[in-house]
Design a protein around this ligand. Structure first.
Ligand code: FMN
Length: 252
């Protein structure tokens, strides 16, 4: 049977989790392609296969690293579903950019969605999402997308966003390491998607770091963090745009 490829750049796991939820609507054999691994090289995916592409929204765009790694994955007019998760602020041009990137490489976007989730820097926003209400909507969407693919329909839905895409902003939070609790296990260095951390976890190459929050999330000692004052400042600046529950958006 043809494969269902789940191709995700998901440093803290949210969009991958939603992609797995969407994949449940399909009975195809599943293959996971993890774009957080630097080793993913050139890939060709057949026209009878199906792809789910997913990425987080960073400043209204898809992360540059995701865009670069996606450019190595080629389709043969392969049907694709695109998914963005965002931290209950806004996703702006991210869904459109993801769809355009994969179409440029030979995929046919037949469905897309933007799912509001817990913000992985300002955790008070979108806390606990996706929740049961979100999952109900995601299931309805994925069933409809599967029906569309099974019916051989290939029309691209109209997606929100504008071109040229929003400019990427350079601002990112500093990552602190608590040297008293860090045991130099090196897990953060191993799992860093852009190899910005020294093998002992103590040094960060700031020019490589994309502030994806993966190292903070996975440290077994909780030794990595963003300064509290930085998060508070961000909440002050962006809070008004993040407080209200944002709806998910589905396009078929
Ligand atoms: C550097 C950075 C920038 C972000 N920018 C936005 C944004 O513009 N809008 C938004 O709603 N959430 C934003 N977020 C939150 C993430 O999009 C959200 O937590 C996402 O679900 C993370 O996906 P992942 O768990 O698959 O990595 C940002 C997070 C990071 C780390």
């Amino acid at each position: 049977m043809n494969q269902l490829y789940m191709i995700s750049f998901s440093p803290t796991g949210t969009n991958r989790r939603v992609a797995e939820g969407i994949a449940e609507a399909f009975s195809n054999e599943k293959t996971v392609v993890d774009l957080c691994e630097e080793t993913v090289g050139e890939m060709q995916i057949g026209k009878e296969d199906i792809c789910i592409f997913s990425a987080p929204c960073y400043g209204g765009r898809i992360p540059q690293t995701a865009a670069e790694r996606l450019s190595h994955i080629h389709g043969e007019q392969t049907p694709a579903i695109v998914l963005i998760t965002f931290g209950n602020r806004a996703f702006e041009d991210a869904l459109l950019e993801l769809a355009d990137s994969v179409e440029k490489n030979g995929f046919r976007v037949i469905a897309g969605c933007a799912v509001s989730a817990e913000h992985n820097i300002m955790h008070i926003f979108g806390q606990g999402r996706p929740d049961s209400l979100d999952w109900k909507e995601i299931r309805r969407f994925s069933n409809a997308a599967a029906e569309k693919i099974n019916a051989g329909e290939t029309e691209r839905p109209l997606l929100p966003g504008s071109r040229p895409y929003k400019e990427r902003h350079g601002g990112k939070p500093p990552i602190l390491v608590n040297e008293k609790t860090c045991v130099k296990c090196g897990l953060c260095a191993q799992k860093c998607p852009v190899k910005a951390i020294s093998p002992d976890g103590r040094h960060l190459k700031d020019e490589l770091c994309i502030a994806c929050m993966r190292c903070n999330q996975l440290c077994p000692q909780n030794s990595r963090s963003i300064p509290k004052t930085y998060v508070e400042g961000l909440i002050q600046r962006l809070g008004d745009a993040c407080r209200e529950r944002k709806r998910n958006e589905f396009y078929l």
